[in-house]
Write a protein that binds this ligand. Structure first.
Ligand code: AMP
Length: 292
């Protein structure tokens, strides 16, 4: 696996593959890798990529909280071992200075319903940072197909919108959420959970599953569905619910009454660690194509 640190070198690498007629798959990450990330590599291959680039870049512009950025886990050598074992051909590892040199002042912002609720409320500027860095990474790596996890549902919807609005011509593949055996969605942040905190965090997937069952049993009032999540989590000290909302995936409007197109999405702080997860209330796969 090639390790690439400069933009010029990554561009040359990608250009050479494209000239050879290869279809480049791309998996952007912030490192501290787990099986969820590795599943994206497999999805890139399944989507027809015959060469795969991953990136590891803890993007400062998407952190609204400097403490969160400082605490973000960094496990570079282990990450590279995992990517090589997963068959990644090149890993792009730029520095913050390489990506945002002095004088940098251009940002990409998706506006409207996708960026005025859920994670956007408590993390102002977060999605602007994500859209900007993903746009930059796309223009450096020049992939044919890029893979993102459904775990970060709002993020992948925003990126799909951006790709379509800016005519970037990249296929976006959405990979299902990979969970640990206990049901917790894998996340780099889970490393910061003690055994006790993790036990509390399990209230999130449990509450989401209870909400899904309640919906299947005929409960369609969003507040009632959300109570399943609150009830599982707020019995613990050190747990705070940032948001718990029912959103219609088509148009991304908040829904007081849930329907088959809705997801229940939540973000919680468990002993200071922020975790997100969601469930499709109908139990069906979520179509993450951007609708007009
Ligand atoms: P991150 O390193 O957290 O920025 O995530 C990089 C990519 O991995 C994003 O597209 C995430 O949605 C995806 N991802 C993170 N956790 C999971 C998971 N548990 N299952 C599937 N994809 C994931």
């Amino acid at each position: 696996m090639d390790r690439i640190t400069t933009i010029a070198e990554q561009r040359a690498w990608s250009r050479a593959r494209t000239r050879d007629g290869r279809r480049i798959g791309f998996v952007p990450t912030m490192g501290a890798l787990h099986e969820g990330h590795l599943s994206l590599v497999a999805q890139a291959r399944a989507a027809g990529a015959d060469t795969v680039v991953a990136s590891i870049f803890v993007n400062p512009t998407q952190f609204d909280n400097p403490e969160d950025l400082a605490k973000y886990p960094r496990t570079l050598e282990d990450d590279c071992r995992q990517l090589a074992a997963a068959g990644v051909d090149a890993v792009f590892l730029p520095t913050a200075q390489e990506m945002y040199p002095d004088g940098y002042c251009t940002f990409v912002e998706v506006v409207g319903p996708l960026t005025d609720k859920l994670c956007a409320v408590a993390r102002p500027g977060h999605f602007r940072g994500v859209a900007t860095v993903v746009n930059k990474l796309f223009s450096i790596v020049r992939p044919d197909v890029a893979v993102f996890g459904q775990k970060d549902l709002q993020q992948v919807l925003i990126i799909s919108r951006m790709v379509r609005d800016l005519d970037l011509g990249i296929d976006i593949v959405v990979a299902p959420t990979v969970r640990d055996a206990d049901g917790l969605a894998m996340s780099s942040r889970n490393r910061r959970l003690s055994a006790e905190s993790r036990a509390k965090a399990l209230g999130l997937p449990r509450g989401l599953e209870l909400a899904r069952r309640a919906f299947a049993a005929g409960e369609h009032t969003s507040l009632k569905l959300c109570e399943n999540v609150y009830d599982q989590l707020l019995v613990h000290d050190g747990v705070e619910v940032d948001y718990c909302d029912v959103v219609d995936i088509h148009g991304f409007a908040e829904a007081d009454t849930a329907n088959d197109r809705c997801v229940l999405a939540a973000a919680v702080f468990v002993d200071g660690v922020r975790l997100i997860d969601h469930v499709a209330l109908s139990g069906a796969a979520i179509p993450v194509s951007v609708e007009d």
